[in-house]
Ligand binder design. Sequence first.
Ligand code: SAM
Length: 346
Amino acid sequence: MIDDRVGATLDGLGRPLGSLRLSVTDRCNMRCRYCMPEDEYLWLPRSSILTFEELTRLTGIFASLGTAKVRLTGGEPLLRHDLHELVARLSGVEGVHDLALTTNGILLRERAAALRAAGLGRVTVSLDTLRPERMAEFARTDRHADVLAGIAAAVATGFESVKVNAVGIRGYNDDEVLPLLAFAREQGVELRFIEYMDVGGATQWSREQVVSQAEILSIISAARGAAEPLPARAAAPAERFRLPDGTVFGVIASTTAPFCRDCDRSRLTADGTWYLCLYATEGINLRDVLRDGASDAELAALIRKTWRSRMDRGAEERLAVPSRGVLYQVETLRADPRREMHTRGG
Ligand code: SAM
């Protein structure tokens, strides 16, 4: 089904092929307990990783079908060598109007200027705690100061927007809701709280550890006054709120109030496997089709046909599971590393 807008491709529930998350590497320089808790991982074979040419070509085909938003993610995308060169190529792709990056920020200070110059529009930095010792214990890195420096550098570089994402986990950082909000305001960036999700990699997930949107709003409102909801933006995952002092923040209630009905996102792993949902068990191998010599028109036809049959509502289906526990055990993740959040791209 193609709607009246030029190039818009709709899925089986009428959702456009609007945004693409490109995972550029499955490697990461952090080991967050909610994503990469194990000591060892099975990495994607190097020869399977898409080149910048291949990533750009596929992005162009998605854009021709209506994808206007592209977000680079990983793993840690800044571990991909010369990422600014990919940004330069993608920013030249016709139809891509929003080019963004999600990073843990460790390497951002030294890369921010080159990324901006290459055409990167927006940056989101993940920061769950203001306490270095917590990050060392929870994410196995002592680079907390580098993350803060990365955020400051991104602000100074003048991106269209800089956001900070924080995943709230009971017993880890649930006492940092207000300090994180104050930090974001001081830095001049917008904070978004993300609910802890039972995605692949979160092998220690439990419902009790999820700090819900309702809880976050109640903590903030009790201390800072009523949080007024702001008008929703189409297909945006975060609900945004404004406090009486003007502070704006967002909450992504992906676990307790998922937004599948508006989800226009699909994901491409670094080895070119395309997923229609964060929770999808199977992906479509676009790499082999590409490397076997398919034309742009053939790839576009495959992507369009696949998207039109999309009925995925993974997070809503998880919500309906009565005794919701861990999604995948370690053995299942080892059997297919593309089930991992760090491979699929968060
Ligand atoms: N390395 C980059 C980063 O740290 O932003 C990009 C990849 S990371 C997988 C993307 C986002 O997914 C991060 O904000 C991270 O906090 C989030 N994430 C990972 N596992 C999660 C989980 N179980 N629940 C909620 N968010 C999660």
